[in-house]
Write a protein that binds this ligand. Sequence first.
Ligand code: ADP
Ligand code: MG
Length: 274
Amino acid sequence: ERERGPRMHPEMLELYEITDHVLGVGTFATVKEIKLKETGKSYALKIILKKTLQGKGGMLDTEISVLSKVRHPNCVSLLELFETEDAVYLVTDLAEGGELFEQLLQKGSYTEGDAARLVYEMLLGVEYLHELDIVHRDLKPENLLFHDKSENARLMITDFGLSKVLTSGNDVLMTACGTPGYVAPEVLEQIGHGKPVDIWSVGVIAYTLLCGYTPFWGEVSSLENTNTRKSTGKLAKSFIDSLLVRPADRRPSATHALTHPWFRAMLEQDMVTP
Ligand code: ADP
Ligand code: MG
């Protein structure tokens, strides 16, 4: 017996070597590095204990149906799924570069050029999810992972546990969820929310990358002013201000946000037009 925990799926154990390397621990899951025996290639295994879900089983179904649809360079994709009585095991791409959260802690903050690239990639992922009518609802630096350890590693959105596939594009979601600090005010106020909540979170993340701290510290988002640090350029401020607006329907779509002049000013031409 290797350790306490749920019994592993027998077929999974035949195909994969489960390493002791824990990649991360989230709200609902532990994520381990695993290796496909046939090729030796590493993947991530997200282990979700059914008992930690307690009546939130619907959430799990959501995550699975959402993840299995997603194929985009800036989103983590689901490759395989195993289920036992106690747990669900999701095999996904391995994001070897770790969390944006960790890198942000190390760096303190980013230059405008670096922040613009990261936010641009984030928005490409969000644009794609929104095209599939998926609202992530928990975008934050812990749920943004680097594909590899290189300097210009691609950023990938993960953890669709709280997202919902909207049946119609304009559906209003009413449950309170998400993480204080990054979550849009209409979520906290429970007056319904859709795709614009992700745009709000991108605005908060953009601010955080440039300043090193979140604009709304702790509890409820007060929209007094977004006093971005003085050294931050005009275009960056105008970008952030355009996302952190309410009511929600005044926020740009991801597609529209990607056209902001901040990106044109900061990114090399070949990145903006792939
Ligand atoms: P939870 O739903 O419990 O928050 P996450 O999917 O966010 O679970 O995973 C928890 C943590 O595990 C992440 O914050 C990250 O550090 C790590 N992690 C998750 N998926 C991967 C992956 N594909 N590659 C590398 N690390 C990962
Ligand atoms: Mg998470």
